[in-house]
Design a protein around this ligand. Structure first.
Ligand SMILES: [Zn+2]
Length: 531
């Protein structure tokens, strides 16, 4: 069997960053690039070096191990040479393996937006590409508005694409920039282009404005292109880009594609797809889309009675693929029995010893349901679930008891107009009859409380010395008639291990306190501290 190689190109860090409310920090970008790299994406495109300090910094180093680290930029400005164009100089100075240019392919856009002649635009494409190729970079061109351009003036759109190919571009990518093209139109236009440019040099870049970015990408693939551009979780402006979290499993698991095409995604990496998708939402501090294909929490959840029992008998009746193949899992929400099997699966996953006939498993299920009703979420908070399960099934020692705590936030307004915020926390703890009092200052109330709590725990201090707060997330939502605050705290230690705990209250400090206490208690159990 000689399967065609399909290349996956991710632009979460640039096109995905156009999403309303999305703003990546440098650390976010580095983390996302390594997630995509580990997944087996071929090209990780990271933004515009030279255009802003963050992207310039991001491109000072190669941020991927396997994937080709790709810089994005405009073709040269009209009226100057590529070798004299500061944008192109920044692309060439970046630590990238590949350069992806964007150039206009719609004659109307060239005249109106670029205020240039059609010939000047072709010359710009040619000069920009030959310059990058001469510098030894793998080079490609995203042909902006290609499909609209092709409909308006097929000869010119094609001329832009051909110019790029003939100038040495490894890939010529056909973009449906405003996302309005339909799958049958995509197929027909790709078939026309492929008469001039070989399919293994063509790519597709689709937007989801008709809800068909994935369908359009697959239509283009079937018509002959061999590179697909998209974003993780379909991030992107307006309705988003083609969702790689949907495209990847479709290519790997559906016989129609897997029998013809090979990707860089291994079966093992595919099992990381759900965790990677959720990790991105975590970084963005937004709730994952429960109904996302393949990776959503509800993607393999069944509720109604008849379906649920059928799923239990033969999962294939309601599951088009096995949930484990994409790192997701089955959920049957109907009966206590089924809820019980979810709990059992979680206990097994966390390595908590239990007896299958233990009646306390039903009590744990009740407890989880009740707490989820209050706003707790254990899906992202393994350490808190671990403690809850241990409390119901066995016991969690009371290592220490907080008798009281207080947090004070003060804002000082100086006469010269300067302001200063100071947060102080005070904690009184009972450790084995020993009363310990600590106080700490922090850059905010939660930080101060965390520092005060961990300042002196007497005989347990050595177990928590290397703990540090890695991440802190707050979500406020409506629970009944009141706003409820859920706090998720991720804690780490010197070895790189991390764990997440949850707290819920109408009061953000109180919710944070619960999560901090869980975090310390979890650590003491894991370290085998004796109560
Ligand atoms: Zn785009």
């Amino acid at each position: 069997m000689c399967a065609d190689r399909v290349y996956l190109f991710d632009t979460t860090l640039r096109d995905g960053a156009q999403t309303t409310g999305v703003d990546f920090s440098l650390a976010d970008k580095i983390q996302i690039a390594s997630l995509l790299d580990a997944l087996g994406i071929d090209y990780v495109e990271g933004g515009y070096p030279g255009a802003n300090p963050l992207d310039t910094e991001f491109f000072t180093k190669k941020r991927t191990k396997q994937a080709r680290f790709t810089a994005f930029g405009m073709t040269k400005k009209i009226g100057r040479s590529a070798s004299n164009d500061p944008g192109i100089a920044a692309l060439l100075a970046s630590a990238s393996d590949a350069i992806c240019y964007v150039g206009k392919a719609w004659d109307y856009q060239v005249r109106v937006a670029l205020e240039a002649s059609l010939e000047d635009n072709l010359e710009s494409v040619k000069d920009s590409i030959t310059t990058a190729v001469a510098a030894g970079r793998e080079t490609m061109l995203d042909c902006e508005h290609f499909f609209d351009g092709y409909k308006a003036n097929p000869d010119y759109a094609l001329q832009v694409a051909k110019t790029a190919y003939e100038s040495g571009a490894r890939w010529v990518v056909l973009c449906d920039t405003n996302g309005g093209t339909l799958p049958h139109e995509i197929a027909a236009i790709v078939e026309a282009v492929i008469k001039h440019i070989p399919g293994d040099h063509l790519g597709i870049h689709a937007h989801d404005d008709t809800g068909q970015a994935v369908a359009n990408s697959l239509a283009a693939l079937r018509a002959g292109v061999r590179q697909i551009q998209g974003t993780l979780n379909g991030l992107g402006e307006r309705c988003g880009n083609a969702n790689l979290a949907t495209i990847i499993p479709t290519l790997v698991l559906k016989n129609e594609f897997s029998s013809q095409f090979e990707t860089g995604i291994s079966e093992k990496a595919l099992r990381q797809l759900t965790p990677v998708s959720r990790a991105l939402d975590e970084i963005l501090n937004r709730a994952p889309n429960r109904h996302a294909p393949y990776v959503g929490a509800s993607a393999f959840a069944t509720k109604a009675g008849i379906h649920a029992s059928a799923v239990m008998k033969d999962p294939r009746t309601y599951e088009h693929v096995a949930p484990e193949t994409v790192g997701n899992h089955r959920k049957v929400l109907v009966s206590d029995q089924a809820g019980r099997s979810n709990i059992v699966a979680e206990l097994e996953r966390l390595g908590i010893a239990f007896n299958k006939d233990d009646h306390r498993i039903s009590r744990l299920l009740e407890e989880v349901k009740e707490r989820e009703g209050l706003g707790y979420s254990y899906e992202g908070a393994d350490a808190s679930f671990f403690l809850l399960a241990r409390r119901v099934l066995g016991e969690v020692p009371e290592f220490f008891r907080v008798e009281r705590f207080s947090v004070n936030v003060e804002r000082r307004f100086a006469e010269n107009g300067e302001t200063q915020s100071v947060a102080e926390a005070f904690v009184k703890v009972d450790v084995d009859g020993e009363r310990l009092i600590s106080a700490a200052e922090g850059n905010g109330p939660v930080n101060a409380l965390d520092l005060a709590l961990r300042k002196d725990l007497g005989k347990y201090q050595r177990f928590i010395e290397d703990m540090e707060l890695v991440d802190y997330k707050v979500r406020v939502f409506q629970g009944g008639s009141d706003a409820v605050t859920r706090v998720l705290i991720e804690t780490g230690d010197g070895t790189g291990e991390t764990w997440t705990t949850v707290g819920v209250s109408s009061n953000i400090i109180d919710a944070s306190f619960q999560a901090l206490i869980d975090s310390i208690t979890y650590r003491l159990i894991k370290k085998g501290a004796a109560a």
